[in-house]
Structures are given as C-alpha cells and as structure tokens.
Write a protein that binds this ligand. Structure first.
Ligand code: HEM
Length: 489
C-alpha cells in the first residue's frame, strides 16, 4: 500500500484517521520522554518539525505564556535538534563565563557555504576567530577609533540638522526608526570604510536627492542589512561598493596592515598568517551588520523610554548643562562624554528593560553540568538575556524604568550592582563571543542623546512602541515630532 493511499484512506475513513493521530501522539510521547535524557518542561515535539509549529521563531512568546510551567530551564526542538533554554542566573552563570569549550554558537555549519565563516560573527574555527577577534577588538576599542566615532556622530547629525533647518520651527514629523536606520548605516559605513552612503540625506529630503548609482547601491545596502535579520538570505544583497571598495579608513587600515611590517602592534611573529582579502571583506561586513540595526533599535527604545519618563529627561538635561554648558551647538569630545554618568545609566537601563538580542546560543564541546544534569557534548543552550535582565528576584521593581540603579552612590545613584546583577546584566551577550563593539555602541548612543536633548523636544505620536522579534528586537513604525526646545539650557 502506498503512502498516498494510506493518506487518502485517512481522509475518508474517520477510524483510520483517529488511529493515525493516536500513533503520531504516542510516538511523540516516546520521542520526547524515552529517547532523550533529562526531559525538561517545554512544548511536545512532533517528528520532522520538532516544536517549531508551536514556538515559531520566538521562544520568548512560548516562555511568557508558560512561565509558571517552564521554570528556570526548559527545552524546545528544531526538527530533531534539542535546544535547552536557560533563563536563571544560577544556571546561566557557568554558560556566561569565557570558556573555550563554549566557543561555538550554532549547532550547524550552514554559513560555511556562504563564506561568512571567514569573518568573526559566524566563524566556527577557534584559532581563526581568535586571531580576527583580537584584530577587531584592537581597532574598535582603540581610543582613536572611539574619539573618531564621537566626532563622526556629530558631523552626521549636523548634516541632518541643516536639512531640517527650514522646517524645524513648526516641528517635523517622521518615522524615527526609519531615520535612525539610515543614520546608523551612514555612520557605520563612514566609520568603517570612510565611504559616504548618503542614506540619511535621502530620508531627510524625502528621497528628493539626486540618486546617483552610488546612492542607489547604498540604499540597497541598508535595506540588505535590515533584511538579513528578516531572512538569512541577506548575503545576496552584499553591495558591490563594499566588496569593490579600496579601503583607507580606521578599521580597514588596521585590518590591512595587520601582521605586516607596517603594523606598529605586530608581535613580529613569523608564524602569524597575514590577513587575507576575503577575511577583510567579511570582517568589514560583519562589523556593519553587527552595528547598524542594533544601534538603531536601541536608540528607538531609548527615545521611547525617555519620552515616557519626564523625570529622566529633566536629569539628562541637567547633566548636559553641567558637562557641556549652555551652547547647544558646541562640539564635544569622547573625554567630555565620559563625564555623562546619568546618560550612560539611562542607556544601560534601556538595554536592560528591553534587551535587543534576547537570546544568544552556545554549543558545548565536552560534558557540561548545568542545573544538576550532565549535558552531553554538542548540546545547544540558549541564554535568555531578556529574562536574566528582568528577573524580579534580582532586579527590584524590574518593570520600572530606573536609570539610578546603574548609578553609583558617588554619582548620585541608589547603590552598587550586586554580584548576581553583574552576572545577569548581559545585553551585549556574555562569554568569549560577547559584543566586540560595546564601547563604540555606548558612545554612539550617548552622543545622540546629547545631540537630541540639548536642542530638541521629541514627542511620541503613538502611545506604545511597536516591535517584533527576529534574532533582534526590531522596532517599526515609530512616529515622532521633533521641534526646537522653547526653554533654553
Ligand atoms: C546597542 C548596540 C549593540 C548590541 C545590543 C549588541 C549586542 C551584541 C550581542 C548580544 C552579541 C553576541 C552575539 C552572540 O553571542 O551570538 C554581539 C556580538 C558582536 N557585536 Fe554587538 N551589539 C551592539 C553594537 C555593536 C557595534 C556598534 C559593533 C561594531 C562596531 C558590534 C560588533 C559586534 C561583533 C563583531 C560581534 C561578534 C563577536 C564574536 O562573535 O566574537 N556590536 N553584539
């Protein structure tokens, strides 16, 4: 009897259909409870699909509905692949420590077919990753790079202000999330490759700017980055201008001269392989990919929480006045920005209350004891950063937006973070693969808070912020009205 005839018999014959459903149910039960050690709470998997039909792309949705049942550790299945979700600091602590045996973050090697493993984010070879990561950390954490990025934010912002100037008197309404998406692409493209992408100019002028081939490619590029998070097929959109570009900028300079005689930091180790052109391209792409949407979505949440908390806005403006004085156009430096402790605390609180990357994954190499179970080598763990950063047992009034919790008593805040808070505060990930651009991101966000609030009011047009999840927490349709401040600093 063929499969087709069984299926058609099932559709016409109810007892057969019920029998088939019963067999599927029993086999699922067997599959889940008798073929795997340590069964954990979680939706019931079915063969081939696993639990993807129940949790979809976002484990957080299932978890939020089943908090009571799921507890501190639960599981779901992608096909027959078992995934363990850890959302309590007691269990996550071990996973969050820098540990070579937790270097791998994906249970599959799909990216090797795309060439993306030649960069940092999707690299699956420890030695290659270690060498590249050292290089980009050296570039992204360098004071020269950070100083440059603070100035670059101001120059880009000034260009937008000039384009707004004729209409700002009556206030300008626009979709803030779209604006910052384009602004962030301009900023990070310029800072990484010294190449202008003109995306914010297009947005500010309602696409009335003459669109050269270069600008069209830029637009395609920024949309490509965004689409990457919507589908993993983004790599077809890698623009020629990034691939073809002859680099002469900070990050690229750094990568290109690394391990050559021109490298001032070279360890003169003959055994270190020089970086290849392919690696330079993929690392550049990695940095653009990792920086644009993350910064853009964070700023959107930041603007939202500040608008919802006028007391926070008042303290931000007080700090701006104290640190920068009353001139709303004065240029500032990285060193001045370092004195903005309250603004820094506001950025940190925003990233705590809504973590931009709610989950990161780690695949174990070797047996690992977590939550009292010995997990075999190759187990995939998901660290639930959103829950860790909002656990009411560790974060008092966890749902209240309160930057003071990140401000030491010395700077007028409430207290120092506890050891558990320090471990569970992981918006930039944790362990070996944590964010390489954390300092750059913090400085971009702090600079933009200063630039906006020293001179402008930002009014939200909608009561609530709209967002969805796909690897990143993505804000959409965020209408705001920007107008000049009527009170002087
Ligand atoms: C608020 C903004 C940002 C957030 C919330 C953020 C968050 C994260 C997180 C959670 C990870 C770890 C991913 C994982 O373990 O799978 C990560 C990795 C990374 N981030 Fe960021 N990021 C931000 C901005 C940036 C910026 C501005 C840059 C570069 C200029 C950057 C560069 C990177 C790179 C290169 C990695 C890969 C590190 C590795 O695999 O070794 N990020 N980021």
């Amino acid at each position: 009897m063929s499969l087709l005839s069984v299926l058609s018999a099932c559709l016409t014959d109810w007892p057969s259909l019920i029998l088939v459903l019963l067999i599927i149910y029993i086999s699922n039960f067997y599959y889940k409870y008798f073929t795997r050690p340590n069964p954990l709470p979680g939706p019931m998997p079915i063969p081939i699909l696993g639990t993807i039909h129940i949790i979809g792309m976002n484990p957080l949705t299932w978890y939020n509905k089943n908090k009571g049942k799921a507890g501190a550790i639960w599981e779901f299945y992608i096909g027959s692949e078992r995934h363990i979700v850890v959302n309590h600091v007691k269990h996550a602590e071990k996973l969050c420590k820098p540990n070579k045996s937790l270097f791998k973050k994906l249970p599959f090697t799909t990216f090797e077919r795309t060439g993306l493993h030649n960069g940092v984010i999707f690299c699956t070879d420890y030695d290659a990753w270690h060498r590249r990561r050292k290089l980009i950390i050296r570039a992204l954490m360098a004071t020269k790079f950070l100083r440059g990025i603070v100035l670059c934010v101001q120059n880009q912002f000034k260009a937008s202000e000039e384009r707004w100037s004729s209409k700002i008197k009556d206030g300008i309404e626009f979709d803030f999330r779209e604006w910052i998406r384009f602004f962030a692409t301009d900023l990070h493209t310029l800072q990484t490759t010294k190449q202008h992408s003109y995306c914010a100019a297009l947005f500010d002028t309602n696409k009335k700017l003459v669109q050269t081939e270069e600008i069209k490619k830029s637009l395609k590029f920024t949309n490509g980055i965004h689409k990457h998070f919507l589908s993993l097929g983004f790599f077809v959109l890698v623009p020629q201008f990034v691939m073809d570009y002859v680099p002469d900028a900070d990050l690229l300079d750094h990568l290109l001269i690394a391990h050559t005689l021109k490298d001032p930091d070279s360890e003169n180790d003959d055994n270190v392989t020089p970086i290849t052109a392919k690696e330079v391209t993929v690392i550049t792409w990695d940095v653009l990919l990792a920086s644009t949407d993350t910064t853009g979505n964070s700023l959107s949440f930041l603007i939202y929480y500040i608008a919802k908390n006028p007391n926070v806005l008042a303290k931000i403006r007080k700090e701006i006045n104290e640190v920068f004085g009353s001139d709303p156009n004065v240029e500032f430096t990285l060193e001045k920005l370092d004195n903005c402790h309250y603004i820094e605390a506001t950025v940190k609180e925003t990233l705590r209350i809504t973590t931009l990357v709610p989950y990161t994954m780690k695949v174990s190499d070797g047996v690992l004891n977590i939550a009292g179970y010995n997990w075999p080598s190759g187990t995939t763990f998901w660290i639930d950063h959103q829950t860790l950063c909002n656990d009411p047992d560790y974060w008092e009034d966890n749902e209240t937006f309160n930057p003071d919790r990140f401000l030491s008593k010395h700077h007028g805040g409430s207290s120092e973070l506890s050891e558990f808070q320090k471990i569970s505060y992981t918006p930039f990930g944790c362990g070996l693969r944590s964010c390489a651009g954390k300092l750059a991101a913090m400085n971009v966000l702090k600079s933009l808070v200063v630039l906006f609030y020293r001179k402008y009011n930002i009014e939200l047009k909608d009561e609530k912020i709209k967002y969805y999840y796909n690897l990143l927490t993505q804000v959409y349709d965020m209408k705001v009205k920007i107008s000049l401040r009527d009170d002087s600093l």
